[in-house]
Design a protein around this ligand. Structure first.
Ligand SMILES: [Zn+2]
Length: 103
């Protein structure tokens, strides 16, 4: 389990990330809170070499990736540099934020 909180529709099985009362796919209410399994694929990625905050500055920079979780939900993750579109990653929480690492 990755620790990334999702909601799952009890009627159709659709997953989504942000809290809402009704399923965006079928409008059923009463979704089930679930935790993402942690697997995903890089949909888009970029490297940051000039951090916006001094405390985020990392020698060599860091990456920001859009990752499509195995549940179908696309989330933003921090990552190491050097990832490419299509890489299979593992998503975990670090300091409360999603972090993707190549598997
Ligand atoms: Zn649904």
């Amino acid at each position: 389990m990755s620790g990334v909180a999702l909601l799952k529709c009890r009627a159709c099985g659709h997953h989504w990330q942000f809290r809402r009362a009704a399923c965006p796919a079928c409008s059923a209410i009463n979704p089930q809170p679930v935790e993402a399994a942690g697997g995903g694929t890089v949909w888009s990625v970029t490297s940051v070499h000039r951090a916006p905050l001094p405390e985020w500055d990392v020698p060599g920079g860091y990456g920001i990736a859009l990752v499509t979780l195995d549940e179908g939900v696309r989330i933003t993750c921090r990552t190491e540099t050097g990832l490419a579109i299509g890489d299979v990653v593992r998503v975990t929480l670090r300091d409360g934020l999603p972090h993707a690492t190549r598997t």
